[in-house]
Ligand binder design. Structure first.
Ligand code: UDP
Ligand code: MN
Length: 237
């Protein structure tokens, strides 16, 4: 039987949210045996997000867990409270399958799902369009991960992006946790699993292919998205 992929997406309200989630939904609808966990960064699950989820026909879980109010500005840990809530949900409800953290704005090749589904402990692969090098990737030698190519090493044991790894849920220890430390979420999470370099399974043709991209949408800067009635009237006149 195909293992179920639990695709965990943290998301928060802004003008780009519905289009990002619509596009991601249309990717995920092509994937068999996928359960979408969408974790809303606000006190209650939003109606807009619920509507998108319902219309996919996918099995899904919609949970909400707002970030602590001290996190605002630009360089705060993004999507941590909600990813943590998803982790707790998985620990309480699931004991088999594969976990993948897929942000609402990333772009994923369908081939990635076939590959991560076979993850035994932790698999890793390159992420495109990220950092100063344009790619973040494990370095593979003779089929083994021996280091990381990433423009921000940041004294991390595992210098990877959130989109650059998948975890077999049997390997998800009760100690699994993600800290509120910007830039260190991935590394600390993987360390909390007790991951060792020799456990890492390189995917995407020994990390020579890019199957996921850290795409970013330009922020919509206009003050409002509401139709401007006065302008419509003046055009109509
Ligand atoms: N996110 C969130 N709350 C926030 C900011 C971001 O839940 O206040 C989510 C966002 O929807 C995305 C993930 O966290 O799925 C990463 O955020 P973003 O894409 O803004 O960060 P970047 O890709 O620039 O690191
Ligand atoms: Mn992003």
């Amino acid at each position: 039987d195909l293992k179920i992929i639990y695709f965990v997406t943290p998301t928060y309200p802004r003008p780009e949210q519905v289009p990002e989630l619509t596009r991601l939904a249309h990717t995920l609808m092509h994937v068999p045996r996928l359960h979408w966990i969408v974790a809303d960064d606000q006190p209650i699950c939003s109606e807009e997000v619920s509507n998108i989820l319902r219309r996919t026909g996918l099995p899904y879980t919609h949970i909400s867990s707002p970030k602590p109010f001290i996190y605002k500005g630009t360089n705060f840990p993004r999507g941590v409270a909600n990813r943590r809530a998803a982790l707790t949900w998985l620990q309480e409800n699931v004991n088999d399958g594969v976990l993948y953290f897929g942000d609402d704005d990333n772009t994923v090749d369908l081939q990635l799902f076939d590959e991560i589904r076979l993850t035994k402990k932790v698999s890793m692969f390159p992420v495109g369009l990220i950092g100063d090098y344009g790619v973040s990737s494990p370095v593979v030698k003779e089929g083994k991960v021996v280091g990381f190519f990433d423009s921000w090493p940041g004294s991390r044991l595992f210098a990877v992006d959130m989109a650059g790894f998948a975890v077999n849920i049997e390997f998800l220890k009760p100690s699994a946790n993600m800290p509120y430390i910007a830039g260190h979420e991935e590394d600390r999470f993987l360390v909390s699993l007790g991951l060792k370099m020799e456990d890492i399974e390189p995917l995407a043709a020994n990390c020579s292919k890019i199957l996921v991209w850290h795409t970013k949408t330009v922020k919509y800067k206009k003050p409002t998205l509401r139709l401007d009635i006065k302008k419509i009237d003046s055009v109509a006149a």
